[in-house]
Design a protein around this ligand. Structure first.
Ligand code: FAD
Length: 289
């Protein structure tokens, strides 16, 4: 179903022994890091991803979300332990297992969060986390189809759609927004703008009919960089340590165990690990097929 061009977005794997940066997990964070780090042509970057390519149409078309959830494609399909409060039932926890990670299978709702929460984090002593501090980064990320202003960015990597106006909404959404207004709340045309309060449309991470996954926005445009190597189907199994320092990552691919390592001159440098190693050991040791 995918075109040859789309398939060729994923480089063919080869044996890699040394690199300056190792990124584990090509999810939202991993794709952005791969893009930013490999912008410096003097360094080499290896990105390991346990899942496969995101060439299937369902990863691209926003309406593919339902199909992805139904089929479990590109998904670790985690389950919680049985929950006493749920009569012993387990909760389903989908997470992306594909280039783009969860950004390739998520619901595309684009909501920054309430500025008051950021300000509270900052007041609690987390310097750099106030809404004012974060705003330049929010703006830098996005290409908002409503155009740039004090709160919105216009030329970032990620296309963000305003969502439908009340007139364009389906009958249920329309009734919901009208009910909010009748109850005395303001109409808010932009929840990521000056204020979050009110009823209105929600922004979405799609543009020109395409899901704006981290793979599509950050990885695709730089896959031709000679200093970036993306290895799919590579399940990282271990961070190799020497004298307490991370010097490489072991991974398994197609039943074979391989190692990517930092050159000795870079042993002081960190192996970058995205989410996988912050999961519990149980998740790492026993991923669902
Ligand atoms: C079904 C669903 C719906 C969601 N809806 C929304 C939404 O509407 N709006 C919103 O803002 N957020 C939503 N989210 C959350 C959002 O997508 C995630 O918070 C975000 O993508 C997490 O980014 P990440 O880089 O931390 O992890 P991920 O994007 O999950 O990336 C982790 C990557 O690491 C890989 N990996 C894991 N273990 C290993 C290993 N051992 N070796 C190699 N690779 C490994 C995984 O395969 C994956 O590709 C949703 C998430 C899901 C799952």
């Amino acid at each position: 179903m995918a075109s040859a061009k789309e398939k060729s977005r994923v480089k063919r794997d080869g044996v890699v022994t040394e690199t300056d940066y190792i990124i584990v997990g090509a999810g939202s964070a991993g794709c952005i890091l791969a893009n930013r780090l490999s912008a410096d042509p003097s360094v080499s970057v290896v990105l390991l991803e346990a899942g496969g390519a995101d060439a299937h149409l369902f990863y691209r078309m926003p309406a593919g979300y339902r199909q992805l959830m139904k089929s479990g494609m590109g998904n670790w399909k985690y389950e919680s332990e049985p929950q006493a409060g749920l009569n012993g039932r387990r909760m389903y926890f989908p997470r992306g297992k594909v280039l783009g990670g969860s950004s390739s299978i998520n619901a595309m709702v684009c909501l920054r969060g309430n500025p008051g929460d950021y300000d509270e984090w900052s007041q609690l002593g987390n310097r750099g986390w106030s809404y004012e501090d974060c705003l330049p980064y929010f703006k830098r990320v996005e290409r908002f189809d409503g155009g740039p202003d004090d709160y919105r960015g216009g030329d970032g990597f990620v296309g963000v759609s305003r969502g439908p106006s009340v007139e364009e909404m389906g009958p249920i959404s329309k009734a919901w927004v009208r009910a909010g207004i009748e109850a005395g709340y303001p109409y808010n045309p932009d929840m990521n703008g000056k204020t979050q309060e009110g009823f209105g449309p929600i922004n979405a991470n799609y543009a020109q009919g395409r899901r704006q996954s981290a793979s599509w926005c950050y990885l695709g445009p730089v896959l031709s960089r000679p200093n970036l190597k993306v290895i799919t189907g590579a399940m990282a199994t271990k961070v190799a340590l020497r004298a307490g320092r991370a010097v490489g990552v072991e991974y398994s691919k197609a039943g074979q165990s391989k190692t990517v390592q930092l050159p000795e001159r870079l042993y002081w440098q960190a192996v970058l690990s995205i989410r996988p190693f912050s999961c519990s050991c149980r998740e790492l040791a026993m991923p669902k097929p």
